[in-house]
Design a protein around this ligand. Structure first.
Ligand code: HEM
Length: 708
């Protein structure tokens, strides 16, 4: 029989063997309730196991902690510098302090990617892999490098074993946390369209992807028994396994006798041979950290080259029914779920492109925008070769994208005033020369593994199909269409889903998450799937994320000594639930505590998540030598060109690149309304790309290119 001491038990156990899993699991109550049952009392083997557990309490061995030689004495943890003062309340601070570069900021460890042989200081265009953006630290922000940490890692063994409670007991099961604290309570957002959620995922995919994760499909590595009832015994499970145990009384999974949810650990520097195995493991990200549309162009040169047509600066497309789509993915069966040869499956700069149709839709629009820009530039500057057209179209596409991300999207989440106060947004015209060489643009663990994932709560359980007059005539169930982008090419799918994105409300930013992602994620036709919220929590532990209490302290809030001390930010009801799940306030996961905080007025998150998001988006602009507003980059936009870029909008992206959307509201992130009326596309502001016309070709202007 299988019983987990201090971890999840489930189903009537088989009467054969005993395994005591240490170091991970769900509330002790689960095990205790079984131990008290009449069945357990008749089970001598179990009694023996319990006796043993009582005599040898506080297990410190953690599931699948790799066996290592004895480490040398611990050293002081290395933290990267923060640009607001740690411990200062960021809400009252007037700006990010600009700490001096810490001598150990980049860590004394080996590089995980080969640094470029040499950087061309005056290179007019950013590299594909992000290298050489920072001339002193050419690997900063590069694909394949480490995430950065602001708060030292917390591993049970100081190296890589997932954390356990400070009491020595296992932490509560991530699935139990998800069920108790993050259920499905469908509350629509009152102001913002589903596009707001979807743009966030685009930015996420541009900035990071933990190596070793699939993020779009179930893993091929299995950590659970074939029928999902139990976790594989430690000796039979691959080293990267860290399955989520499902409590026996789970409302969704129990009827299917599922006791184990697959979870594969992210790749670390030590696994890649660039960590020494004694210091806390650091996870690696496969994409560039910059907001550089790597999801369109790729994060490595080989993929970027594959995606190019090599003519007219264009990216490869397949044309069907007169419309451009991304090329077919050669690994179709691995990447997509479509049944039958007729179903499409795309290749793009990011492997997650097919994950959900609204994400794919935006990828298609951004791809088409590149080719549209290349066409315009070719018309304006017929003497430009393929390379110049590709690079210039890419540069403008990225600039427009950075503009809408910072000026249209971020203020909704973080508040325009806050952003301006912290030097993340400016009211200024012309250039803004705020590049700082000492700022590391690497994506922060606290951002990617906790704070930004809070916005999984914005995901809606269905996707509206909407016709031109903005009447919804149908809807798709979210979990039915994951990894099935074909819906975009069926009928008017792309336009109907596009109008849906800009008409349907997103879900409110709160502690409620749709069951489409907490019970049915990637279910591929099965009656149940994965739980993204549980995965978020488990991923935090996998990455050795410091606790909620540590992040509170880092962000200038008081450290809690009792659960009651969380009251400054968390409701009494949630505190009660936390106390029922966790044994100690220091155990509360950052992902969990941060998601329960009352929002800072004018923002969509509580103070600790805000603190991470602010820091991250500060770094993403000030640490990017090629940020579009910079006048000091090697090839800056002219003030006139900047004026044109600042006319761009998300509405334009739809108007110019959807199949046949004729009207859009000016602010696509807000619902159409009397102060944001549906407007014919040709009446919405548009950049005049003549600002990119070189004098030699000035006579070639054509009126179709745009108007002032
Ligand atoms: C549209 C539906 C979405 C789906 C189906 C989805 C699904 C996922 C999945 C499966 C992962 C990987 C989980 C893991 O194994 O650790 C992930 C990671 C993540 N998601 Fe989402 N997500 C969605 C939207 C969003 C949105 C709207 C945001 C933020 C605004 C977001 C932010 C993140 C972040 C920051 C990560 C970690 C990326 C990394 O690896 O560094 N996601 N998401």
């Amino acid at each position: 029989m299988v019983i987990t001491i201090g971890a999840a038990g489930y189903g009537p156990p088989a009467q054969s063997s005993i395994e005591v899993f240490h170091g991970y699991g769900s509330p002790t109550a689960e095990a205790v309730s079984y131990l008290d049952s009449p069945l357990a009392l008749q089970d001598h083997g179990l009694q023996h196991a319990v006796q043993h557990a009582v005599q040898h309490p506080v297990p410190t061995v953690v599931y699948h902690s790799p066996v290592r030689p004895l480490p040398p004495p611990p050293r002081a943890p290395v933290a990267v510098p923060t640009y607001f003062q740690p411990g200062h309340n960021f809400l009252t601070a007037t700006g990010y302090g600009g700490a001096e570069l810490h001598p150990l900021a980049a860590g004394p460890r080996a590089e995980c990617v080969a640094p470029p042989a040499a950087c061309q200081k005056t290179a007019a265009y950013r590299t594909i892999d992000g290298s050489c953006n920072n001339l002193r630290r050419p690997t900063w922000g590069m694909a394949g490098t480490r995430y950065a940490r602001l708060v030292p890692a917390k591993y049970a063994d100081g190296v890589h074993a997932p954390a356990i409670s400070v009491t020595g007991q296992p932490l509560p099961s991530a699935r139990a946390i998800s069920v108790v604290l993050f259920p499905d309570v469908p509350i629509n957002d009152k102001r913002w369209t589903l596009l707001t959620m979807q743009w966030g995922q685009i930015m996420t995919h541009d900035m990071s992807m933990a190596m070793g994760n699939t993020q779009a499909k179930p893993y091929s590595t299995s950590c659970c028994s074939e029928d999902g009832s139990v976790a594989l015994p430690v000796e039979r499970a691959p080293d990267v396994c860290y399955p989520i145990l499902i409590p026996r009384n789970d409302p969704v999974f129990a009827p299917y006798r599922q006791g184990c949810m697959n979870f594969v650990r992210s790749t670390t520097d030590a696994m890649q041979g660039c960590g020494n195995g004694y210091e806390p493991a650091e996870q690696l990200t496969t994409v560039t950290s910059f907001l550089d549309l790597s999801l369109v162009y790729g994060s490595n040169q080989a993929l970027a080259d594959t995606l190019r047509e090599r003519q007219g600066g264009r990216l490869i497309v397949e044309v069907r029914r007169g419309r451009e789509y991304p090329p077919t993915n050669p690994n179709k069966t691995e990447v997509c779920d479509g049944e039958g040869p007729g179903e499409v499956c795309y290749l793009a700069g990011d492997v997650r492109v097919n994950q959900n149709p609204q994400l794919t839709l935006l990828q298609v629009l951004l791809l088409r925008e590149h080719n549209r820009l290349a066409g315009i530039l070719a018309h304006l500057n017929p003497h430009w070769d393929d390379e110049t057209l590709y690079q210039e179209a890419r540069r403008i596409n990225i600039a427009q994208y950075q503009f809408v991300s910072y000026y249209e999207y971020l203020p909704l989440f973080l508040g325009g005033d806050n952003l301006r106060r912290h030097g993340i947004l400016y009211k200024a015209q012309g250039h803004i020369n705020d590049y700082r060489e000492e700022v590391d643009p690497s994506v922060l663990q606290g951002h990617a593994t906790a704070a930004f994932r809070y916005f999984h709560s914005l995901i809606a359980g269905h996707l509206d199909l909407v016709e031109e007059h903005r009447q919804a005539y149908g809807r798709l169930r979210f979990s039915d269409v994951l990894n099935r982008p074909s819906v975009l090419e069926q009928g008017d799918g792309l336009d109907d889903l596009g109008r849906g994105l800009t008409t349907q409300p997103e879900m409110a930013s709160d502690q409620w998450f749709t069951s489409e992602i907490t019970d049915f994620l990637f279910r591929s036709g099965r009656p149940f799937g994965l739980d993204l919220r549980a995965i978020d929590v488990q991923r935090g532990r996998d990455h050795g994320l410091a606790s909620y209490n540590d992040y509170r302290q880092f962000c200038g809030l008081k450290r809690a000594h009792s659960f009651q001390d969380f009251q400054d930010q968390i409701s009494p009801e949630n505190i009660e639930k936390l106390a029922s799940l966790y044994l100690h306030p220091d155990d509360v996961d950052f992902t969990v505590g941060g998601s329960l905080e009352r929002h800072v007025p004018g923002t969509e998150a509580g103070p600790t998540f805000n603190c991470m998001l602010m820091e991250q988006f500060y770094r993403a602009r000030v640490g990017d030598r090629y940020f579009f507003e910079s006048g000091n980059s090697p090839n800056p936009f002219s003030p006139e060109q900047l004026d044109e870029i600042r006319k761009y909008s998300l509405s334009r992206l739809f108007c110019d690149n959807a199949d046949n959307i004729q009207n859009m509201q000016p602010q696509a992130l807000n619902f159409p309304a009397h102060d944001n009326p549906l407007t014919p596309c040709d009446q919405l502001p548009t950049p005049d790309y003549r600002a990119w016309q070189e004098a030699v070709a000035a006579h070639r202007y054509s009126p179709y290119l745009g108007k002032k």
